[in-house]
Design a protein around this ligand. Structure first.
Ligand SMILES: Nc1ncnc2c1ncn2[C@@H]1O[C@H](COP(=O)(O)OP(=O)(O)OP(=O)(O)O)[C@@H](O)[C@H]1O
Length: 510
């Protein structure tokens, strides 16, 4: 929920903005709108313009439904075309200055509350060269909170890192010899904890192109696999081949823990060692001009290439670094914090759970731990910002299901709504799904698979037009989900005909 403040008056009136989903927004006006309809309009500032005399404007601040940045908005009952007769309807057209997305505000009714929806018309220019104005760390943190559950400390670290990075770019024309260096970020945390989501959301907030690559597929030129240059080709693609824009994008390199010496010893089957891949990445991570083969083809086969300067590209690397906490614990023991007793054992004795111990250790990760793990010092040196995220606990998995703007439950409800069917979940069923995901140990990644299991049969049945008008709704309760280790009967399709319960649930549940 976001409040909109009416401007132009000493008395601030708050409105309530409720997001339906990313594109459509329901507007509610807390204050009874009685004042502003039927010609009374006492509550609003009336701005008369010479050409459009007689029409009213309502000024507000809204958060862009796409990028969440705040922008001013003016609703007017002035028709968009002078040839169209005045129908008294308030409406607004707006291009978000941050993500360059054009929206039309279509009101449905003004009384008793202002109701309407945002319609995305077009994205004019996907990305702007330097985000202007650069969102502040607090704003970045606030938006991250809307999309990513938990990881409070990592979000603060990332908010500051991204703010500084883009501020640093703005300094580029300064004559001053002081030039802040680039600070790439290394995110450490278990699978499905939201590392990629964090990086993706950051790119969205600052509205720059974003590319994801898997470190395990990278290799050196001449070997089977992707050359490191292909990373920049992906960024170029995202930037619609606008080199200036691509040069300020964010690259997320996943699974960097798989290009360590330790991973090599597990025989990954690659032609080149992980260490060679780290070496190949070094120049790009820092600042160099890379010749990116056109069409992403290999340099040897292709004629043309595009030059990309990486000095303003923010690289975020992520990896699970399984058992890294042991290395950290051993180091801390050496530095006598544990008085000879392993730190982990110490903390466990104090009643901390395994995950709390792990996350607290990961928050104290240092470059030396990563070198001990098998990253080469030169590689680690290019990541001055280290952030640890811990495995999500059961409560957080529950929150992932319902709270983020793009929460899974909201996505499925929307899909069912497309067939005019309401999907309901009981609170207990969602908690059970979270429990099952915990047992699977795949973090939030496992939640979607569990929901698919429960909903597939219902999704198979519902679009069948013959039954659609008879359907009252679809219910997911504990029985539908089953138990921690066993499957349930699947979502229950409720028919208008009283006691009728059909679909996958019928045989087992009734
Ligand atoms: N903290 C979180 N808040 C909200 N959603 C999350 C969170 N963590 C994971 N998810 C959900 O789980 C999905 C997978 O997460 P993501 O890919 O970011 O994990 P990851 O840590 O990068 O995993 P991996 O290391 O395996 O790549 C996301 O698309 C998102 O829907």
């Amino acid at each position: 929920m976001v409040s909109i403040v009416r401007s132009g008056s000493g008395r601030v009136m708050r409105w309530l903005l409720v997001y339906h989903n990313q594109y459509h927004t329901l507007w509610s006006l807390k204050k009874n709108m009685d004042d502003c309809v039927g010609g009374k309009r006492r509550g609003f500032e009336q701005q008369r313009r010479h050409k459009w005399e007689g029409y009213d404007e309502i000024r507000g601040e809204v958060n862009c439904p796409r990028c969440s940045n705040q922008m001013p908005l003016i609703f007017s009952n002035r028709p968009f075309l002078s040839s169209i007769q005045d129908n008294g309807m308030y409406q607004a057209l707006k291009i978000c200055p941050f993500c360059k997305t054009a929206f039309y505000f279509r009101p449905h009714k003004l009384f008793p509350f202002l109701h309407g929806s945002f319609i995305e018309i077009a994205r004019l220019n996907n990305h702007s060269p330097t985000p202007n104005p650069s969102p502040t760390p607090k704003h970045i943190f606030h938006v991250l909170n809307q999309f990513v559950v938990g990881h409070h400390k990592a979000k603060r670290v990332l908010s500051v890192a991204v703010y500084n990075h883009y501020n640093r770019i703005r300094l580029k024309d300064d004559d001053d010899s002081v030039q802040p260096e680039k600070s790439n970020v290394l995110l450490i945390g278990p699978t499905g904890s939201g590392k990629t989501l964090l990086a993706k959301t950051l790119a969205r907030i600052v509205n720059v192109p974003f590319a994801i690559v898997d470190a395990t597929t990278l290799t050196q030129a001449g070997y089977v696999g992707e050359d490191v240059e292909s990373i920049l080709y992906k960024l170029l693609l995202e930037a619609d081949f606008n080199v200036e824009v691509a040069q300020q994008g964010i690259v997320y390199i996943d699974e960097v823990d798989k290009i360590t010496k330790k991973a090599d010893s597990l025989n990954t089957g690659r032609d080149v060692s992980g260490e060679c891949v780290q070496q190949a990445l070094l120049k790009m991570l820092e600042s160099t001009v890379v010749s990116v083969p056109d069409k992403g083809a290999r340099k040897l086969l292709s004629g043309d290439s595009i030059l990309i300067d990486t000095k303003n590209i923010l690289f975020i690397c992520g990896g699970a670094f399984v058992n890294l906490e042991k290395t950290i614990s051993e180091r801390r023991q050496d530095s006598s914090i544990g008085f000879g007793v392993p730190v982990r054992a110490n903390m466990k004795d104090c009643g901390f759970t395994d995950s709390v111990v792990t996350s607290s250790l990961l928050e104290n990760v240092e470059s030396a731990d990563l070198i001990a793990y098998g990253l080469i010092p030169e590689f680690v040196g290019r990541f001055p910002i280290l952030a640890g995220v811990s495995a999500l606990n059961e409560e957080q998995l529950f929150q992932v299901l319902v709270e983020p703007k793009n929460a899974l439950i909201k996505q499925y409800k929307k899909m069912f709504k497309m067939n005019n069917v309401n999907l309901h979940f009981t609170d207990d069923s969602l908690r059970l799904i979270a429990k099952k995901a915990m047992a699977k140990n795949t973090g939030a990644r496992g939640l979607r698979a569990l929901l698919e299991d429960v909903l597939t049969e219902a999704m198979f049945e519902i679009p069948d037009k013959a039954h659609m008008d008879k359907i009252k709704g679809v219910l997911v309760d504990e029985e539908a989900v089953g138990s921690v280790n066993g499957p349930g009967c699947g979502a229950k399709i409720l028919y208008r005909d009283d006691d009728e319960l059909e679909g996958p649930a019928r045989a087992t549940c009734l």
